[in-house]
Design a binder for this molecule. Structure first.
Ligand code: AMP
Ligand code: ZN
Ligand code: FE
Ligand code: FE
Length: 281
């Protein structure tokens, strides 16, 4: 019995997850979940497949996206739930970010080549498969070629933020991300605030359009969960939560459905949404 029937933070092959959207739906159904949200990096490309796979079942799929931002305080991640994937402003922003991801991944492959680790760009592209290419795909290519013994070693030796082949990617400011999510009709939630060390930013983000906090998260301690719940009450924010599942053994995520998320998070999310959350409008 999983600790929860709700999981509002799942990655798929549309970005850097290992399971296709249909496989994610299958796992969620097998584990008895009732509501999931796909939250791929910079793309809603996996949502139609997930909705189709869940159609006619008891599983509800909420369309979501995870967008990173950057500023002097570091790397903040935002979740946008129920956004209109065709909203021109959001669409243009996401396309620009995916485009920048491609150029940046190519640069990392070049740098690795200079270090004597020769990867075939086509192979990285094929591993990315979906819409949004990221470092985990480069790490997998390094592993497949036998240059490293594990995905983690690829990060630790080469492509972690301070690694010799790391190239930063285009990031919007928090204000730009919040604007894009809100204009597209989405509910804007700060992802894993305690894990990101971003709790002190919350008061500044609320006037920019922040509506919720991802309280329930694999790397949030019970104390942090309590503190974040208190912040939700204080600032009138809703609470969400999820596993951040990418793949077995991934450094950040946990298996689908293994993080406790109260059922009323879904009701709160629906209440905050400008329109229906589950139709993939
Ligand atoms: P990207 O969005 O392409 O910069 O890649 C970010 C992804 O790489 C996230 O899923 C992270 O979990 C993963 N990642 C980033 N840094 C590390 C690290 N030091 N070790 C393992 N995975 C990492
Ligand atoms: Zn990821
Ligand atoms: Fe994140
Ligand atoms: Fe994530």
């Amino acid at each position: 019995m999983p600790p929860s029937v709700v999981d509002l933070h799942i990655h798929s092959t549309a970005s850097d997850g290992l399971l296709t959207p249909s496989e994610v739906v299958r796992v969620a159904l097998d584990r008895g979940l009732t509501t999931i949200a796909l939250a791929d990096h910079d793309t809603l490309g996996g949502v139609p497949e997930a909705l189709a796979a869940a159609s006619g079942t008891r599983l509800e799929v909420i369309p979501g996206v995870e967008i990173n931002s950057e500023g002097s305080w570091g790397d903040l991640h935002f979740l946008g739930y129920g956004v209109d994937p065709d909203h021109p402003f959001l669409k243009q922003r996401l396309e620009a970010m995916r485009e920048a991801r491609l150029g940046r991944a190519r640069q990392m492959v070049e740098r690795l080549g200079e270090l004597g680790l020769h990867l075939d760009w086509q192979e990285v592209e094929a591993l990315a498969g979906g819409e949004s290419v990221g470092r985990p795909h480069v790490a997998r290519a390094l592993y497949n070629r036998g240059y490293v013994g594990s995905i983690q070693e690829a990060f630790d030796r080469y492509i972690a933020n301070d690694g010799p082949a790391y190239v930063p990617r285009l990031r919007l400011t928090p204000a730009e991300v919040l604007e894009a999510i809100r204009r597209a009709g989405g509910v804007a939630v700060l992802a894993h605030p305690a894990h990101s060390g971003a709790t002190h930013m919350i008061p500044e983000l609320v006037p920019l359009g922040l509506q919720g906090l991802e309280v329930y998260y694999p790397h949030h301690s019970p104390r942090q969960v309590q503190m974040l719940r208190a912040m939700c009450r204080r600032y009138g924010l809703l609470a969400t939560g999820g596993s951040d599942f990418h793949a077995p053994g991934h450094e950040e995520g946990a298996p689908i459905g293994t993080v406790f998320v109260p059922l009323d998070c879904v009701a709160q999310l629906k209440q905050a949404a400008a329109g229906p959350l589950t139709t993939g409008r």
